[in-house]
Ligand binder design. Structure first.
Ligand code: FRU
Length: 495
């Protein structure tokens, strides 16, 4: 009897732990090839640094709950920017001071003195935040980022401000100095500082207000970006985030100040979707180009999305390059090539002609990648619908009259949040090249990413369809549309 009870208890325990593990990463809406923490809330990517063969991804994390709060730095590492291994929390909230967003650098010359030249430290620069004060602080690690110590003379920068945050630091080789970009959110400005040792900072200049000033400015990142097709040519890009979307500026940096070279009133967006925020970049990578990672969400409803037991994901890492189009410097963003290693057997359609009709394809799924070239109708809208079923679906279409691509999720479930329902569409102006539009689409359970014309425009959008809504339609309300070649790849899970 005793043995029986014990063995039943044992079996039950094994069953629940195995069952529990199987369930994680198999839940409704759980992305299969995007990073999500196993449990609890995440927002901004932080401290993106490549060191000793590993990409480190830190992120705003609540270790205790599936809503924003108790901000700490979660931690994951990857060798290819696609497969991630989650590690223990790197930096915890302490004494009521939350660990807000920031960056991390490999201090290879040990300028900070936190390590040695032989064992250079990783140094994190983050905002310590309370209800009344935000200051900049340091923490360091001498074991490849596993264990972190907060600097005992923190803060290193304090201007007695309530809103003063998100330090982003890089090494500026011409002057042999560290440069920090830092946000004054309320006045829509980015300040630049320099330092020899990461501990003592001197203010250099302030950029802004400029571009989109409709909401607080957060998460600046200033970096050198290569010009596409011109080896050795670079410009400087400054990324900022404004509460529910992002913008960027392109120009020069002389070690002291940033000079914007695009038209003063133009607003350039790295992403036209509803759900792309707080992206920052790995400045130096083995790929020879910066690679950015954004948070797939929107502050207007981020806490309400119906995902459990986690909330928040990172977008696919994007290679950043620049190109002058119509006399304006524009970011060209392409997903890192390593994502192609997840492709399963492709399904190909050729020469699909669609006139005033809708055609459902034989291929179905909710974890896939697609590439296609389309000659749109010139007298009506042409596009693709995904997550189709039970009369619902997401519509992605090109309109020849206003030359815009629109992603419309109004016909997908939105019951969980009025703010989500309030943002049904996203739109961007695109160009046809030889009467064609090139598409690269990723669908991962609840994340849709659309790259147009090899990364001239990008959209990131969340949707929350049921699993069985997985059909795909091609449609056109006009005549003469041709999908020249469509390739779908089902994608392997990274978990
Ligand atoms: C951006 C942001 C940052 C801040 C962090 C707090 O999403 O508001 O400005 O450091 O999130 O979690």
């Amino acid at each position: 009897m005793k043995i029986n009870l014990l063995s039943i208890f044992f079996l039950l325990t094994v069953h629940f732990s195995v069952f529990g593990q199987l369930k994680l990463y198999g839940e409704n809406y759980r992305p299969q090839f995007h990073f999500t923490p196993d449990r609890n809330w995440m927002n901004d990517p932080n401290g993106l640094v490549y060191f000793n063969g590993q990409y480190h991804l830190f992120y705003q994390y609540n270790p205790y709950a599936n809503i924003w709060g108790h901000m700490s730095w979660g931690h994951a590492v990857s060798k290819d920017l696609i497969h991630w291994k989650q590690l223990p929390v790197a930096l915890y909230e302490e004494n009521g001071i939350m660990i807000f967003s920031g960056s991390a650098v490999a201090d290879v010359n040990n300028t900070s003195g936190f390590g040695s030249k032989k064992d250079p430290p990783l140094v994190a620069i983050y905002t310590g935040s309370t209800d009344t004060l935000q200051t900049q602080n340091l923490a360091f690690s001498t074991d490849n980022g596993l264990q972190w110590k907060k600097y005992n003379a923190n803060p290193v920068l304090n201007e007695n401000k309530k809103d003063f945050r998100d330090p982003n630091v890089f090494w500026y080789a011409p002057d042999k100095k560290w440069i920090m970009s830092l946000s004054y959110p309320v006045t829509h400005q980015i300040a630049f500082y320099d330092s020899d040792n990461l501990r003592d900072w001197k203010k250099l200049s302030v950029f802004g207000p400029a571009g989109d000033t409709t909401a607080v400015w957060e998460c600046p990142d200033l970096m050198q970006v290569p010009v596409l097709g011109q080896p050795g040519a670079y410009k400087w890009v400054l990324l900022t985030s404004q509460n529910a979307g992002m913008q960027y500026f392109v120009g020069e940096f002389d070690g002291k100040k940033f000079i914007n070279e695009n038209p003063i009133n133009s607003i350039l967006k790295p992403d036209f979707g509803t759900d792309y925020y707080a992206a920052i970049a790995y400045h130096s990578t083995p790929l020879g180009k910066p690679v950015s990672i954004g948070w797939v969400n929107n502050w207007n409803y981020a806490n309400e999305i119906p995902t459990y037991p986690w909330k928040g994901a990172t977008a696919l890492p994007r290679i950043l390059q620049l190109k002058k189009i119509n006399n304006v410097w524009q970011l060209i963003q392409t997903p890192v090539a390593a994502v192609q290693n997840l492709r399963k057997q492709p399904v190909v359609y050729v020469n699909k002609k669609i006139s005033k009709s809708t055609e459902q394809l034989g291929f179905k799924g909710n974890v896939w990648e697609a590439e296609f070239v389309m000659q749109p109708a010139l007298n009506g809208e042409t596009g693709i619908q995904l997550a189709v079923g039970n009369g619902l679906g997401l519509t992605i279409s090109y309109n020849p009259f206003n030359k815009q691509v629109t992603i419309d999720r109004s016909n997908t479930p939105d019951y969980f949040s009025a703010a989500f329902a309030d943002r049904p569409t996203s739109t961007a102006t695109v160009r046809l090249i030889n009467n064609e539009l090139k598409w690269h689409i990723f669908f991962d359970k609840s994340i849709v990413e659309v790259f147009i014309n090899n990364g001239e425009q990008v959209f990131t959008v969340q949707i929350f369809p049921t699993e069985e809504n997985n059909a795909i339609n091609l449609f056109s309300t006009g005549e003469g549309a041709v999908f020249k070649r469509i390739t779908f790849w089902p994608i392997k899970s990274i978990w």
